[in-house]
Design a binder for this molecule. Structure first.
Ligand SMILES: [Mg+2]
Length: 303
């Protein structure tokens, strides 16, 4: 490979021989950074922002598990994917690694082809996510569309609804008492809750055309093309129940939960139907749902 190496891998191991093997496998394709301790890994991760970290589990002073915990706790390094490298091969350790946020696991002694393939796979994911984020339509935290991504899609579906004379429904959802959740458990745990909320909402939608986005803060929206108010109510209720039943892990022993309030608006739009007012009415319905005690659904037509 003669072109400039685009990606950087930080390799960490307390044994030099392992670092040499990894460099031998990966240096033809990537820039390589080397750390012999957990402390040095954290330093280099923060300074150099590598695209991927290969992290030895068994190291004196600071174990790989402690290192990944520290990486995930800092905004600067939380999004760098980590692959654990270790002689351990117990499923318990593997599970612990994944629980702490590792994306993959490689066992020693190294198989060159496996190391190369795993690193390549994760670099491809890094590359894809960057492209999507660069386009600017994705919320980096929840990996779903952001407001701009939603508006693009909405305008297209709104136009189609006008042409085909079909209904379009819109849900606006706000996580109940989220400020208290954040104050109680901290912002990092708040982010975990937002991610879980996005995942559960996606799982509650069954049609490819249904579209969920993060509107901002703890507000999410769903676009339901070709869906009347009864269908929209049904889907909103499914989301409400799934969110209520969802558990959000804090650690291995502790879980939390949240509820959601939902405002709905539905219309068969015509050329002169104001889109802005359509959103505002959904917003008012959401307010009403909050006022009535939260964890409920209100439709704009009932206001
Ligand atoms: Mg070691």
């Amino acid at each position: 490979m003669s072109e400039k190496k685009e990606f950087t891998v930080l390799t960490t191991d307390d044994e030099k021989s392992n670092l040499d093997i990894l460099a031998g496998i990966l240096s033809p394709y990537y820039n390589i950074l080397v750390a012999k301790s957990g402390a040095r890994t954290l330093e280099l991760a923060k300074e150099k922002k590598p695209d991927l970290i290969l992290l030895d589990v068994m190291m004196p002073e600071m174990t790989g598990f402690e290192v990944i915990t520290a990486l995930k706790a800092s905004n600067d390094t939380a999004n760098i994917p980590v692959i654990f490298i270790t002689g351990l091969s117990s499923t318990e350790d593997e599970q612990r690694g994944f629980f702490l946020g590792a994306v993959d696991y490689i066992t020693k002694p190294f198989n060159n082809a496996i190391v190369k393939a795993r690193v390549k796979t994760h670099m491809r994911i890094v590359d894809q996510m960057r492209t999507i984020e660069r386009i600017g339509l994705i919320d980096p935290l929840t990996k779903i569309a952001n407001r701009r991504g939603f508006e693009d899609r909405f305008e297209a579906e709104w136009g189609r609804a006008i042409r085909e004379n079909i209904p379009i429904s819109f849900l606006i959802m706000d996580i109940d008492l989220f400020k208290i959740y954040n104050d109680t458990y901290g912002h990092q745990q708040g982010d975990v809750a937002l991610q879980a909320f996005a995942d559960t909402t996606i799982d509650s939608l069954h049609r490819a055309a249904d579209f969920v986005a993060r509107w901002g803060g703890e507000e999410f929206v769903v676009l339901l093309p070709d869906t009347g108010i009864e269908g929209a109510m049904e889907i909103a209720e499914r989301i409400r129940v799934n969110i209520e039943e969802m558990t959000i892990p804090i650690d291995e022993d502790t879980q939390t939960s949240v509820t959601v309030s939902i405002g709905i608006n539905c219309v068969v739009p015509e050329l002169d139907t104001p889109m802005k007012e359509f959103f505002e009415k959904a917003d008012l319905a959401l307010y009403k749902a909050k006022e009535l005690g939260r964890n409920r659904i209100v439709k704009a037509e009932d206001l």
